[in-house]
Write a protein that binds this ligand. Structure first.
Ligand SMILES: *[C@@H]1O[C@H](CO)[C@@H](O)[C@H](O)[C@H]1NC(C)=O
Ligand SMILES: *[C@@H]1O[C@H](CO)[C@@H](O)[C@H](O)[C@H]1NC(C)=O
Ligand SMILES: *[C@@H]1O[C@H](CO)[C@@H](O)[C@H](O)[C@H]1NC(C)=O
Ligand SMILES: *[C@@H]1O[C@H](CO)[C@@H](O)[C@H](O)[C@H]1NC(C)=O
Ligand SMILES: *[C@@H]1O[C@H](CO)[C@@H](O)[C@H](O)[C@H]1NC(C)=O
Ligand SMILES: *[C@@H]1O[C@H](CO)[C@@H](O)[C@H](O)[C@H]1NC(C)=O
Ligand SMILES: *[C@@H]1O[C@H](CO)[C@@H](O)[C@H](O)[C@H]1NC(C)=O
Length: 649
């Protein structure tokens, strides 16, 4: 210092000592007093989960502000690896994937951030956030010391951890704590060397000052494999749990230090074919009050769930995919609406800390744009040349999506009937290898559907040499449990009668590219008559104009497809996700205003996989101002949702 002149010395001192007059920024665990310390002061967080990957960037600020005005004093988010590295070595951190911008916004609003960078995150997200290309090594043991897995993790963490390092609290940023792995104690591998390796890796990139932690179910069975020396162990549990008993479990591995529930469930997840999950506000506030009364730290999971746009939803076992909406019955709805639960939670928080006065940003208005007539375009089979940019691949036996270099969406498998099937002949997947749903046609006539775990056989008829088309849909990779090595496509042989089908021609389909480039053509080639309730997978298109005379348009809306069955829907090339009203419980899809325009007509593209309701008159889709996520589910497909519940008893 002595070599510097005094004026410079003062500025340098201020820079060195941080902003709060002499106290350097710090965040730590105080074991003696069972609390966190922020800049030396006791700190208890009341946090909420928000996944930037499930909310359009333009709405991040609105959602964060609403969280701030609920009285939260921290937020928690996951980093989904597969969202940022879809192809090995090609990273995307722009637009809706701009993690640094999200962290900056949180800081600007005044939020400390609890960061959960994985590598595995679960989160009801495709493959729990792990990139599917890890499965290029077929027998890889994910979430373990498997050298190929570890090498990929090292590379990814070598990218992401240096990126977040400037955002650590002690470096002037918002990140107060960083989670390592996610509920590792629930995973069969129980590989301590893997967890030790991650600990070292995180430390080497982030330094010794940052608080690293783990999260596990609040039971000794989970904590046994999930907690490890050097990482602060926290637990998660919902309103059904005995709060005292749950924190006793944490105390078993952390006799001293702050009590932390890292996932306090405000609602619960959904699955296609199961009834919509709701958790009562009364149960949430009662339990939250108990947690706060104990002086514990808590993160409300979710505070806003958001949307699984595109193909990002995950699935549970036995195979059961999650719907497009990740509303979660959270205090802020999928669309960021203020709910009764929001205000009730705010009242509870008010009893424990001084909360900002407001005004709370209002619920964003929704607009009913009404019905839009949809015209039939080509079928997938008709449009093959335009959809399959990489062209046909031939092999004796079917290949998986990965072997065909396809990650999401759809692959068409084509072969010929080897024999005359004048009588109904079973087409089967004896090893349950249709991952996940196959739309089958013979010579352009829809013949039936095969579905993983649910429909392993169907009948076909047709002459020898007839063209057999099997369009296979990836409905989302398993995100939890043993089954996360979830290969897609035809992962085992199909049989016709007693014979294994051979001689396949396979087409990887780039449907999203074709839709956004507007290359799909009109329906021209006449098709043979179809059965009453089924048609080959077909595209439909419609457009609508948003009146420019009405102020504040475009506004958010919901799209619903009454009488349609199952498929995928895009607006102006943006993939909104899957619809499946015939199975439920989700009926409407959230349409953020940010993808709409008043300048030109807005284009809707639908890929209907089963049958569109156009046999009697024009078929329409409808824009409404109210969501429906809880339609009655047909009993044939009812599942036991409690299978997936950790601790909502
Ligand atoms: C990166 O992600 C953004 C947001 O999803 C997307 O708009 C953009 O096209 C992606 N960039 C590339 C090169 O894939
Ligand atoms: C909750 O757990 C504690 C500690 O195990 C126990 O003493 C108490 O009786 C339990 N309360 C209820 C309502 O079960
Ligand atoms: C299928 O049946 C036709 C007569 O309908 C016959 O000509 C043909 O040889 C048969 N093909 C096979 C492979 O059995
Ligand atoms: C296939 O056809 C046979 C004979 O007509 C019938 O008994 C069987 O139920 C059918 N199977 C399916 C899955 O429709
Ligand atoms: C398909 O059947 C052939 C012949 O039985 C076998 O060699 C091959 O491994 C099977 N493929 C799969 C993916 O099961
Ligand atoms: C919708 O498609 C029409 C015709 O291709 C095009 O003129 C228009 O710009 C498209 N609208 C948007 C928002 O991309
Ligand atoms: C669905 O939710 C709405 C709004 O919360 C409610 O009015 C309706 O009764 C629910 N319907 C079913 C079938 O649960």
């Amino acid at each position: 210092m002595s070599v510097l002149r005094s004026g410079h010395t003062l500025i340098l001192l201020l820079l060195l000592l941080g902003t709060s007059f002499g106290v350097p920024r710090s965040f730590s665990v105080d074991y003696q007093n069972n609390c966190f310390r922020k800049d030396g002061e006791m700190f208890r967080y009341i946090s909420g989960s928000i996944h930037y990957s499930r909310i359009p960037r333009v709405y991040w600020k609105d959602r964060l502000l609403k969280m701030y005005l609920a009285g939260l004093n921290a937020i928690q988010t996951y980093i989904p690896w597969n969202y940022h590295e879809e192809t090995p070595g090609q990273y995307n951190f722009s637009g809706d994937r701009d993690l640094e911008y999200f962290l900056q916004l949180a800081q600007d609003i005044g939020f400390p951030v609890i960061l959960r960078p994985g590598p595995y995150i679960c989160a009801e997200w495709d493959m729990g956030g792990l990139p599917a290309w890890l499965l290029n090594k077929k027998n890889i043991v994910l979430r373990s010391s498997d050298p190929d897995y570890v090498a990929a993790v090292d590379k990814w963490m070598g990218k992401i951890l240096p990126m977040i390092k400037p955002f650590l609290y002690q470096n002037g940023g918002p990140i107060i704590t960083v989670q390592v792995e996610n509920e590792y104690g629930s995973y069969f591998a129980c590989d301590y060397n893997y967890m030790r390796h991650l600990t070292k890796l995180f430390r080497s990139h982030l330094g010794d000052d940052v608080v690293l932690f783990t999260t596990d179910g609040a039971g000794l069975g989970y904590l046994k494999c999930g907690s490890i020396q050097g990482l602060y162990a926290t637990v998660d549990f919902g309103p059904g749990a005995n709060v005292t008993a749950a924190f006793n479990a944490q105390r078993h591995v952390e006799p001293q230090g702050p009590l932390v529930n890292s996932e306090f469930y405000t609602g619960w997840l959904d699955h296609w074919g199961s009834r919509h999950s709701v958790v009562s506000t009364a149960a949430v506030t009662k339990s939250l009050n108990q947690i706060l009364f104990l002086g514990a730290n808590v993160n409300l999971y979710m505070f806003i769930g958001g949307t699984n746009f595109g193909y990002w939803n995950g699935a549970n076992e036995p195979y059961s995919p999650q719907p497009t909406s990740y509303d979660y019955d959270a205090p802020l709805s999928e669309a960021g609406d203020l709910t009764e639960k929001y205000f009730a939670i705010r009242e509870v928080i008010k009893m424990y800390r001084k909360i900002p006065q407001g005004p709370i940003p209002p619920t964003t208005p929704k607009y009913s744009y009404g019905a839009v007539v949809m015209k039939k375009l080509e079928t997938v089979s008709d449009a093959l040349e335009k959809l399959s940019l990489s062209g046909a691949v031939k092999s004796v036996y079917p290949q998986t999506f990965l072997e065909l270099n396809q990650v999401f969406g759809y692959v068409l498998y084509r072969t010929k009937l080897p024999v005359n099937c004048s009588k109904p002949t079973p087409l089967s997947s004896p090893l349950n290898g249709v991952h996940d749903r196959a739309y089958v046609s013979v010579d352009g006539v829809a013949a039936g559907i095969l579905e993983r775990n649910k429909a392993l056989t169907m009948n076909v008829t047709g002459k020898a040499g007839s063209q057999l088309d099997v369009l296979v849909e990836n409905m989302g990779r398993i995100n939890y449990g043993r089954g996360i090595n979830d290969f897609k496509g035809l992962v085992s042989n199909l049989t016709l009668g007693a014979d294994v089908l051979t001689g396949w021609t396979m087409y990887s389909l780039s449907i999203d590219e074709a839709v956004s480039q507007g290359v799909l053509g009109k329906f021209t080639t006449p098709h043979p008559p179809q059965p009453a309730t089924l048609a080959p997978p077909t595209f439909y298109q419609g457009s609508f104009i948003i009146p420019d005379g009405i102020p504040d348009l475009p506004q958010d809306t919901y799209i619903q497809l009454p009488q349609w069955n199952k498929g995928q829907v895009w607006i102006n090339g943006f993939n909104l996700g899957r619809y499946w009203p015939s199975r439920g419980p989700q009926v409407t899809l959230f349409v953020p205003a940010s993808i709409l325009t008043t300048a030109v007509p807005n284009n809707i593209t639908v890929l209907e996989l089963e049958a569109a309701p156009c046999s009697s008159g024009p078929c329409t889709v409808e824009f409404t101002s109210t969501p429906v996520l809880n339609a009655t589910v047909s009993s044939a497909y009812k599942q036991h949702w409690r299978l997936f519940s950790k601790d909502l008893s």
